[in-house]
Design a protein around this ligand. Structure first.
Ligand SMILES: [Zn+2]
Length: 146
């Protein structure tokens, strides 16, 4: 919670970087998912079945997005959460590409692609929502590292 990247998160304007900057800062796979709205292959990501306690930050900007408390086992191959860490940490964009009607989830701070959110699938979570997020879009920070 006290890492330097996060201190200005709530007051500053969203992070804006050029495409070249993002390319330089991110790995090719991170760039493909975060900046080009790609999707990692299921069951290949770092966090899809992680149960470790901690806070999931945006891999691109360090903004705190999700916590292990809202993570649940969806068995879909990607990390799944039933709610973001707080209202306003993510933004939603209607996505009608690939013949589907989906809601894309992006980091509100840097506008990087995180994944999609699905409603009413019957997982029995408090919100009945599934935030299906790419592992490569996230970085898990353990409580003892704060
Ligand atoms: Zn971000």
């Amino acid at each position: 919670m006290n890492t330097p990247e996060n201190t200005s998160k709530t007051t500053s304007a969203p992070v804006e970087k050029s495409d070249a900057q993002w390319r330089e800062e991110l790995s090719p796979e991170e760039y493909r998912v975060l900046r080009q709205a790609g999707t990692e292959r299921p069951y290949t990501g770092e966090y899809w079945d992680t149960h470790t306690e901690g806070v999931y930050q945006c891999r691109a900007c360090g903004s705190q997005l999700f916590t292990s408390r809202e993570k649940f086992d969806s068995h879909c191959g990607w990390p799944s959460f039933w709610a973001p860490l707080a209202e306003g940490t993510v933004r939603y964009i209607h996505d009608r590409t690939m013949g589907m009607d989906r809601v894309e989830v992006r980091c509100a701070n840097c506008d990087s692609h995180l994944g999609h959110v699905f409603d009413g699938e019957g997982y029995g979570t408090p919100t009945d929502q599934r935030f299906c997020i790419n592992s490569v879009s996230l970085r898990l920070v353990h409580p003892e590292e704060k």
